[in-house]
Ligand binder design. Structure first.
Ligand SMILES: Nc1nc2c(ncn2[C@@H]2O[C@H](COP(=O)(O)OP(=O)(O)O)[C@@H](O)[C@H]2O)c(=O)[nH]1
Ligand SMILES: [Mg+2]
Ligand SMILES: [Zn+2]
Length: 334
C-alpha cells in the first residue's frame, strides 16, 4: 500500500497497468510487452500509474509517476508547525541546498520523482528565495497535508522516494477522516519552532494535534522526528546558537548531533519552552537542530543582505539516518 500524494488515499498498483503521458498531457496505456533492455528502462522512467481512488468522478482522475512507487514505500516527511513559523521558507531552503549538491558529502544522489512537478516547485519557491531574495508569499492551506516536492534519493545501493508534505497542524483539530488520512503514511516528522517566538510557554497546537494522532508503542511514537529551531539567525548573538549556526563542517556526525541536540534542548528549556519539547518527550527517536532558512530577516518582502541558509539539511540528514535511508550511517537516535 502506498499513500497517494495527491488525494491522500492508500492504494495498490499493478505493473501490468502503466500509462504514458502524451505531449498534450493525456494519459494512454503503455504496453511494455516484448520491450526489453535500455528502451524498457527509458519507458519505465517516464511511465505513470493511475490512482484508483476517483471512481465516481472521472474529472478527478490522476496519475502518479511510476518512479514514486517502484522503489517500495516512499518515505513521507511531514513538516509540522503553526502558521508563520517558517515551514515554507525552510523547505524551499532545504530543496535549494539539495539542488546545490548538499547531500553529496553523505554519498547520496537525488533525482526528481516527477520532473515537471519539481521544476514547478523550484520556480515557485526555491528560485524566488535563493536567487531573487524575496519572501515567499503565505501559503493558504486548503488541505491538512499538501505535497510540496518529491525526490528519489539514492545511497549507491537503494533508491527511496522521499515526499515532503507541509502539514497544516491548525487544520488537524477536526477529527474527520479527511484530516487524518495521511497519518499512517508518515515516516518522519520535522517539527518547526520559530526561534524568535514570544509565546513559548503555550506550546504549539499543531504539534499536539499530530503527536496525539500518531500510533504509539509504550506511549511513544515510533516515527523518527527532528525538531528544527528555525530563524535561529534572530538568536545568533546567544551562545551556543552562533557556534552551531556558523559551523562550516561539511558532514554531520553522530557526536555533534548529540551535542547540538543537548544545546537546543537547553536553549528551549531556558526560555520556558518546555511545551515545545513535547516531540522530544513523545518520540522514541528525536534530534534537535538550530537552523536558518534565510540567514537574516526580511524587510518589505526582501532579504536585503541576500539569502544564506544555515544548516538546513541537518534535520533531514538526521531523519534519513533514523529512517534507514542513509545506509551505513551510524544510528543517530538519541
Ligand atoms: N529571520 C528569519 N526569518 C524567516 C526565516 N524563515 C522564514 N522567515 C520569515 O518568517 C515568515 C513566515 O515564514 P513562512 O515560511 O511563510 O512560514 P509558514 O507559515 O510556517 O510556512 C516569512 O515572512 C519570512 O520572512 C529565517 O530563517 N530567518
Ligand atoms: Mg507556509
Ligand atoms: Zn490519488
Amino acid at each position: 500500500m502506498i499513500l497517494c500524494p495527491i488525494c491522500l488515499n492508500e492504494f495498490t498498483w499493478s505493473e501490468d497497468e502503466l500509462y504514458e503521458r502524451t505531449p498534450a498531457g493525456q494519459y494512454k496505456p503503455l504496453s511494455l510487452k516484448n520491450v526489453t533492455g535500455p528502451l524498457r528502462e527509458d519507458l519505465l522512467r517516464a511511465a505513470h500509474v493511475r490512482c484508483p481512488e476517483p471512481v465516481a468522478d472521472p474529472s478527478l482522475e490522476h496519475h502518479l509517476p511510476y518512479a514514486y512507487v517502484r522503489h517500495g514505500r516512499p518515505l513521507v516527511i511531514g513538516l509540522v508547525g503553526g502558521p508563520e513559523t517558517g515551514k515554507t521558507h525552510l523547505l524551499a531552503a532545504m530543496i535549494g541546498a539539495i539542488e546545490q549538491g548538499g547531500l553529496r558529502s553523505y554519498g547520496l544522489t537525488t533525482d526528481a520523482v516527477d520532473i515537471e512537478r519539481h521544476v514547478e516547485y523550484v520556480n515557485t519557491y526555491v528560485h524566488p528565495l535563493m536567487v531573487d531574495h524575496v519572501t515567499l508569499s503565505r501559503t493558504s492551506h486548503t488541505a491538512t497535508a499538501e505535497l510540496a516536492d518529491a525526490l528519489l534519493v539514492n545511497d549507491g545501493r537503494h533508491t527511496t522516494a522521499v515526499a515532503f508534505f507541509d502539514i497544516a497542524g491548525e487544520l488537524l483539530r477536526s477529527s474527520t477522516h479527511e484530516a487524518t488520512r495521511f497519518i499512517p503514511a508518515v515516516g518522519g516528522l520535522i517539527f518547526v519552532i520559530d526561534a524568535a517566538t514570544k509565546s513559548a510557554r503555550m506550546g504549539d497546537e499543531s504539534f499536539r494535534a499530530v503527536l496525539d494522532r500518531l500510533p504509539k508503542t509504550n506511549g511513544r511514537l515510533d516515527v523518527p522526528a527532528a525538531i528544527a529551531v528555525t530563524k535561529s539567525d534572530s538568536a545568533r548573538f546567544h551562545a551556543p546558537v552562533d557556534s552551531w549556526l556558523y559551523d562550516e563542517q561539511e558532514r554531520l556526525d553522530q557526536v555533534d548531533v548529540l551535542k547540538e541536540s543537548r544545546d537546543v534542548y537547553a536553549f528551549l528549556h531556558l526560555r520556558g519552552a518546555q511545551a515545545w519539547l513535547s516531540p522530544y518527550d513523545k518520540c522514541h527517536r528525536c534530534t534537535l537542530h538550530f537552523v536558518s532558512a534565510t540567514g537574516g530577516s526580511a524587510t518589505e518582502g526582501r532579504f536585503p543582505r541576500g539569502v544564506r541558509p544555515r544548516r538546513v539539511l541537518a534535520p533531514l540528514i538526521s531523519l534519513f539516518a533514523m529512517a534507514g535511508v542513509l545506509d551505513g550511517y551510524p544510528e543517530m537516535g538519541i
